[in-house]
Design a protein around this ligand. Structure first.
Ligand SMILES: *[C@@H]1O[C@H](CO)[C@@H](O)[C@H](O)[C@H]1NC(C)=O
Ligand SMILES: *[C@@H]1O[C@H](CO)[C@@H](O)[C@H](O)[C@H]1NC(C)=O
Length: 533
């Protein structure tokens, strides 16, 4: 990452920052609240949920990976990778089917012929093999608690197995495997169990509602009843409600609020993947697709932040091999939105592979943080890129500072920094100077006489001291509004870009009118508001 700018000056601040971060470590014995759009602790300080999904809802009904590593080692790795929370999935049958819940781990794996996995569990987690699967689920919650990892219990499906399709009988209230009364009893049981686990801070009532039966009236009726059921059993957990159409659509909340007997605990969740829009990213022009998909998101779910509700983006992720163009282009747009809106999130997913998924033993998960055999991180550059989202940009708490902007580069997850001799490079956003957009659309380095300047085509971008210089008036252009554009000294329209050494340069604007094969991502920037350090 190179040297930091003016390290001697920053050191005291960094020390203070690290000290205060240690102070702000989520205390897992403490409940959380929804305070307008923020999730906060009892002292009113923001706790940004940076979670990862850890499935335990597939056929063996055991959290994945326990044949490869101890539960404790997995929980510790989750912390080391910078996450503070797990969205731990469960099938409704776990609390509601006594035959299932009392199966031992050994029996469950034997029944499915998963003898190799069973041997792995015996060597990595010997205390698990004779436990009933319900007790094994609690064992995982305990391991997470011991490592100060918060938990959101997510009812993912009814019958153990891979989720989700529109026709699987699990999609909506009244479907073959989705009896609302049984569901509420299951929520009640799990919420009651959670009273013994101080690290369980929320419950996701039901994953990805979908299918032909879905309708808004039943959504209100049953989601409100489900929320009250959880609250009655356990008043300490956040209640998290999923939208329709695979958790994409919460637009109906624009003019019809949820009505509950309690306050300060309601959170909404939404899912956003590359494939949410089919192959649009690959077949369309990334500027157009990012512009229109972002607009759709605003009206479907992101508007909730403006209405004063926390929004938990509880599933997103990509194929980490970097070979899926649709995913890669989507991620550039996702990063921009996630930084700008600073939402709480849960990455899909933790697991590098499954015991058994859709009939395939040991199926690999290319979206997983762990590699295939859980021996390490699948793609460390991906994890580094995501890490920018693990610290809050805004919200109560932290070291308050004057409101400012950082100039964020979604492709790298980095921000524009000033190096000695005013060289402008990309580096960790935590070290970004404070920028401000002036009424003349200049990008001002706050507290100095310096402004960002597009010099001339093919040269480095610079700082200058006078607004009368050409190239100091900036505009966000294209359908994505993510190209930072200005006029150089010859009057050409130019864009800010990044060279292979992460230095800021002035180039011709890319992909504004060309075909869908053109990828503008190196020129995408987002001015992100920051109010805390
Ligand atoms: C309960 O679980 C057992 C074991 O998985 C299964 O055979 C049975 O069909 C389940 N019962 C119901 C009512 O789903
Ligand atoms: C990690 O992701 C990057 C960016 O998508 C890709 O170029 C690289 O090949 C990936 N590395 C591995 C080991 O998959």
């Amino acid at each position: 990452m190179g040297t930091l700018p003016k390290l001697h000056f920053l050191l005291p601040i960094l020390t203070l920052l690290l000290f205060s971060m240690a102070q702000l470590e989520p205390v897992v014995t403490q409940r959380l609240y929804a305070d307008s759009r923020w999730i906060v602790d009892g002292a009113g300080r923001r706790v940004k949920l940076t979670c990862v999904n850890w499935p335990a809802h597939l056929q063996p009904v055991l959290a994945e990976g326990l044949s490869k590593l101890s539960a404790n080692a997995i929980a510790r790795m989750i912390r080391e990778m910078g996450f503070n929370c797990v969205r731990l999935t469960w099938p409704l049958e776990l609390p509601m089917n006594e035959t299932l819940a009392s199966l031992t781990v050994t029996k469950s794996f034997q029944n499915l012929g998963l003898l190799e996995s069973l041997a792995g569990i015996e060597s990595n987690n010997p205390s698990l093999i004779n436990l009933p699967v319900m007790e094994a689920y609690k064992f995982v919650m305990t391991s997470l608690r011991n490592n100060e990892v918060m938990v959101i219990l997510d009812n993912h499906i009814t019958t153990p197995g891979w989720c989700c399709s529109g026709e699987d009988g699990n999609g909506f209230f009244g479907d073959k495997y989705f009896n609302p009364q049984v569901w509420m009893q299951g929520l009640h049981k799990m919420a009651t169990i959670a009273t013994s686990f101080s690290n369980v801070i929320g419950m996701s009532l039901r994953n990805e509602l979908r299918g032909p039966r879905q309708n808004v009236d039943d959504w209100y009726r049953f989601m409100q009843q489900g929320a009250e059921t959880v609250h009655a059993a356990n008043p300490n957990v956040l209640v998290i409600l999923s939208g329709l159409h695979y958790d994409k659509d919460l637009s109906f909340l624009q003019n019809r609020p949820v009505s509950l007997s309690f306050t300060g605990k309601l959170v909404f969740e939404m899912h956003w993947y590359g494939f949410t829009n089919g192959e649009a990213w690959q077949s369309g022009k990334p500027n157009d697709v990012c512009g229109s998909v972002s607009n759709d998101l605003m009206s479907q779910s992101v508007f909730l932040l403006g209405q004063g509700h926390p929004l938990f983006v509880s599933e997103f992720g990509v194929d980490e091999r970097g070979t899926n163009v649709n995913d890669d282009r989507y991620l550039n747009c996702f990063m921009a939105m996630a930084a700008e809106y600073d939402w709480d999130f849960a990455l899909w997913a933790l697991q590098g592979s499954y015991y058994l998924r859709q009939g395939v033993v040991g199926m690999e998960e290319f979206y997983g943080l762990f590699n295939y055999d859980w021996s390490g991180v699948r793609n460390s550059s991906y994890l580094r890129r995501l890490s920018v989202l693990q610290l809050p940009f805004q919200g109560p708490g932290g070291l308050p500072t004057v409101a400012h902007k950082v100039i964020f580069h979604p492709l790298t997850g980095l921000c524009i920094l000033r190096r000695p001799r005013s060289r402008l490079v990309l580096g960790p956003c935590a070290y970004s100077e404070l920028w401000s957009l002036t009424p003349q659309n200049a990008l001002w380095l706050m507290g100095t006489h310096l402004y960002l300047r597009a010099t001339e085509l093919g040269r480095r971008a610079r700082l200058c001291t006078s607004l009368t210089e050409p190239g100091t008036e900036w505009e966000m252009i294209s359908a994505s509004k993510m190209h930072l554009s200005s006029k150089d000294k010859d009057g050409n329209t130019v864009c800010l870009d990044v060279n292979p050494r992460n230095t800021l340069v002035v180039e011709a604007c890319k992909c504004l009118s060309s075909d869908s094969s053109c990828d503008p991502a190196s020129q995408w920037f987002r001015l992100v508001d920051r109010t805390r350090l």
